[in-house]
Ligand binder design. Sequence first.
Ligand SMILES: Cc1cc2nc3c(=O)[nH]c(=O)nc-3n(C[C@H](O)[C@H](O)[C@H](O)COP(=O)(O)OP(=O)(O)OC[C@H]3O[C@@H](n4cnc5c(N)ncnc54)[C@H](O)[C@@H]3O)c2cc1C
Length: 422
Amino acid sequence: MGTMKTDVVVIGAGLIGAHTAVQLADRGFGVVLVDPDPPGGEQAASYGNAAWLSSHSVLPPAAPGVWKQVPRWLMDPLGPLSLRPTYLPRVAPWLWRYLASASTEAKLRTIAAHLRALLVGAPALHAEIAARAGLSHLIDAECGLMHVYPDRAAYAADAMAWDIRRDLGIAFEEVEGEELARRQPDLAPEYRFAIHVPEGGQCRDPGAYCAGLVAHAETLGARRIIARATGFRESGGKLTAVETTQGEIACSAAVIAAGAHSRALAIKAGDRVPLESERGYHVTIAGGDNLPGPTTGVMISDRKVVISRLQHGVRCAGQVEIAGLDAAPNWRRAEVLRTHLAKVFPGLDTAEGRVWMGHRPSTPDGLPVIGRASRLSGVVQSFGHGHVGLVSSARTGRLNAQLVAGEEPEIDLAPFSPARFA
Ligand SMILES: Cc1cc2nc3c(=O)[nH]c(=O)nc-3n(C[C@H](O)[C@H](O)[C@H](O)COP(=O)(O)OP(=O)(O)OC[C@H]3O[C@@H](n4cnc5c(N)ncnc54)[C@H](O)[C@@H]3O)c2cc1C
């Protein structure tokens, strides 16, 4: 495949692969980025997420006692969670671990501390990289983010999560009544209480951000090949090439960043990781800054949706659907989001809107997998970023480059080890 020197093959051009390619190319590595689809295209979770640069998102999606709510959520047509019964037998062990790993406050605190190390300072880090890539218009590192509750009592029911955040040094402030109406003038009046997190930021178009980062990596010398990675070639336990649908690419290092599709490749490199798709949906209402909607991004606690103002419209994202990688989207899940959006911002005309489904790459403990492969030398595993793959992508890219370069990683990677499930 050409005669240019390839040091590293990055598999997957979502946000994790894109940031990794930028960091590697910046250090002078010969980089080839392999993806059958466009960088940040609709196939990628990186295209359609809620655009939150939420460095305070340190809690896994499950929580102690959450299983008690599961039956009610499953019965509620507007609920945040759905499960395909035919998929249940296959996913049951993963689901069990997912609930068990968040079953006590002590476990939550441990996970939160690990995630905080990965996420701290993320908005500024994104802003810095975006500036170098000419993408500053897509990152707002200082807007802050809001968690909105019907009232103070609903917030009080969430106290454990906020205590954990406070203990990790995350600052936040209460916003109530008229002050909330002033800051979020389009919000439905039944929401009377909010928590503002000043450190949070927003991306204004995650798909465009991802595509722009890949274009930037190309200006730094990275090449792109439109192909699917299928496996590895090795000699004496060391990687010698990545096999793709367009032939082999000789290399001494590879980073597996294929999001929810990483499992088969990860196994070939020696790690049987319990990776599942937590399918999520969005509806985006197209329009400019005059569309009614949030000023800064809002998480609506009782509906479990995030609503963000993007460059090109207002997006409502959420839902967790456990149905695997292959099942067709169930667009009723996106209609649920449209219903929520209309209730939260009654002034917004939600009749016309684009719907989307994507796969959060999720591990049962809410922590991504970042580390050297257990068996095949030269391979770095980097996937499973679940609900925080946008905000964590910048530091993850840097960590991947440090691993490839043989440097000491900037944070302790033991909690993210690919071998932790073995
Ligand atoms: C509804 C929703 C809302 C979300 N909200 C947020 C949020 O507000 N903030 C946040 O931080 N995170 C959020 N997330 C999570 C975030 O979007 C993901 O964690 C993140 O995008 C994962 O990035 P990735 O690069 O690992 O995977 P992806 O973006 O899925 O990219 C994987 C890429 O790999 C390619 N690929 C697959 N198989 C192969 C192969 N064999 N060879 C080569 N290439 C391959 C695919 O084509 C794809 O381009 C949300 C997710 C969803 C679904």
